[in-house]
Design a protein around this ligand. Structure first.
Ligand SMILES: [Zn+2]
Length: 372
C-alpha cells in the first residue's frame, strides 16, 4: 500500500472518529487493509525538534556537543523535562548543560535493568517488576510510600538485589511522586524509538541524502501541523475550529460537533481552544458533577437507623425459628436462567435482539410466524 494512501486513510479515520485510540486505528488498518502500521503513525505524530547523525557510537563528546547546540534553540524560560534511556553521557551532561531541567529515566529501560539485577526464578522477577511499576506510577508521596513498602515486603529473598538496583537510580528520576518536573504522562522514551523507526528507510542513504530526506519529512509534518488554526469567533459563544476536521463549538450550550464534550462532561480540545482564546476560566465549562461541592453533597446525608421494635431479647433467644417448608418439583432442577424480555437464547447463550442483523431478524420472525 502506498504511503500517501495509507496516510490519507489514517487521516480519514481520525476525522470520522476523533476519539479513536491509536491501538484501535492499528487494529482497523490491519483488518481493512491487511497492513501493520507503527504506533507513531497512528498516534498522530510527535514534534521532532533536533536530531544529529554521529559517525561513531554515542559518547561524552558527541552528546555534550548535541546538548550544547540544543540549548541554543530551545527556550530556557520554561521548565524542560528530559526522558532518556540513562546513557552515561546523558546522566553527566543533561544536568551540566541544563541545570534547571528535570531528568526522568525511561521506565521500560529501568524495568530491563531491574530484571537483569534480580537473580532467581522468572515468576518472582515478574512479580517484583509489577510492584516496582506501582511505585513508579504512584501520584502522591503517601501512595508511593505504601507501594514502596509493598515492594520491600514482596521482594523477599531478592530484597538485596532490589536495594542494589534502587541505590543506582534516585527516586526523583523515576517515581512520579518524587519527580520535580512534569512528564506529561510519558513514562518511557519510546518516542525516540518512534523517530528511529520513522526514518527507517533514510538511514541507509549516504549522509547528505539522508539529511535532505529527513528535512523534507520534517517539513511535511510542520506543514500538516499548520492546518490547526486559531478559532474563528462567529458570534458570542459560537466558534469554528479548524484542525484535522472542522468543528463548531457553542460555549453557551456546552457543545462541540465532535460530540466528546457532551459525552464526557469535560471540554474537548476544540472547546478548550475557544475558552482559552476568549480568555474565560476553564472551570466554568466543566460539568458541575465533577465539582467538590457536588461530591460533598453526595455524602452529606446520613443513613438513619431502622426503627424496628425487636421486643424482648430474652424471649427471642428461647424461640426456635424453623425453616420454611419447601416442596420439591418433580424432575431435575433447572440450572439455566430464564431469558429476560428483549433477549433470545441461541445455542446456550443470550443474545440481544438489537445485536441481530436484519436478515437474522427476518428469519426469526418468519420462523415464529410459521411455528405459531
Ligand atoms: Zn470537540
Amino acid at each position: 500500500m502506498k504511503r500517501e494512501l495509507l496516510t490519507s486513510s489514517i487521516i480519514r479515520h481520525v476525522k470520522d472518529k476523533p476519539s479513536l485510540k491509536p491501538k484501535k486505528i492499528i487494529d482497523e488498518m490491519k483488518r481493512d487493509y491487511g497492513v501493520t502500521i507503527n504506533y507513531y503513525y497512528a498516534r498522530g505524530g510527535f514534534y521532532p525538534l533536533a536530531f544529529a547523525v554521529v559517525a561513531t557510537t554515542e559518547n561524552d563528546e558527541n552528546w555534550e556537543w548535541f546538548l550544547q547546540n540544543l540549548k541554543e534553540v530551545v527556550s530556557l524560560q520554561r521548565p524542560i523535562t528530559f526522558i532518556s534511556d540513562m546513557h552515561n553521557s546523558l546522566l553527566n551532561f543533561v544536568p551540566a548543560v541544563f541545570p534547571n531541567s528535570s531528568h526522568g529515566y525511561c521506565f521500560w529501560h529501568l524495568k530491563l535493568n531491574l530484571r537483569a539485577t534480580i537473580k532467581g526464578r522468572s515468576r518472582n522477577r515478574k512479580f517484583i517488576e509489577g510492584l516496582f511499576k506501582e511505585c513508579a506510577y504512584a501520584y502522591t508521596i503517601r501512595e508511593f510510600d505504601e507501594k514502596y513498602n509493598d515492594l520491600m515486603v514482596g521482594s523477599k529473598d531478592n530484597k538485596q538485589d532490589v536495594l542494589d538496583f534502587l541505590s543506582r537510580v534516585p527516586f526523583e528520576h523515576w517515581a512520579n511522586a518524587h519527580f520535580p518536573g512534569s512528564r506529561y504522562g510519558d513514562m518511557c522514551s519510546s518516542i525516540a524509538e518512534s523517530f528511529n523507526s520513522w526514518v527507517g528507510e533514510e538511514r541507509f542513504l549516504p549522509i547528505t541524502s539522508m539529511i535532505d530526506r529527513i528535512q523534507n519529512k520534517l517539513k511535511e509534518r510542520i506543514d500538516a501541523g499548520k492546518t490547526w488554526q486559531p478559532p474563528i469567533k462567529s458570534r458570542e459563544d459560537l466558534f469554528e475550529v479548524h484542525s484535522i476536521s472542522t468543528n463548531i463549538v457553542n460555549l453557551g450550550r456546552f457543545s462541540c460537533t465532535c460530540g466528546r464534550w457532551r459525552v464526557e462532561g469535560i471540554p474537548c480540545v476544540h472547546a478548550l481552544r475557544c475558552i482559552i482564546a476568549d480568555g474565560r476560566p476553564i472551570q466554568n465549562f466543566i460539568d458541575p458533577m465533577f465539582s467538590v461541592l457536588y461530591y460533598c453533597q453526595s455524602y452529606s446525608h446520613n443513613i438513619p437507623p431502622v426503627d424496628v421494635d425487636i421486643g424482648d431479647l430474652t424471649a427471642a433467644h428461647e424461640e426456635v425459628v424453623i425453616p420454611p417448608e419447601v416442596r420439591n418439583q418433580p424432575g431435575r432442577p433447572k440450572t439455566n436462567r430464564f431469558p429476560i424480555s428483549g433477549f433470545v437464547q441461541q445455542k446456550g447463550r443470550f443474545r440481544s435482539k438489537i445485536c441481530m442483523t436484519s436478515a437474522e431478524w427476518s428469519e426469526m420472525t418468519a420462523k415464529n410466524l410459521f411455528d405459531s
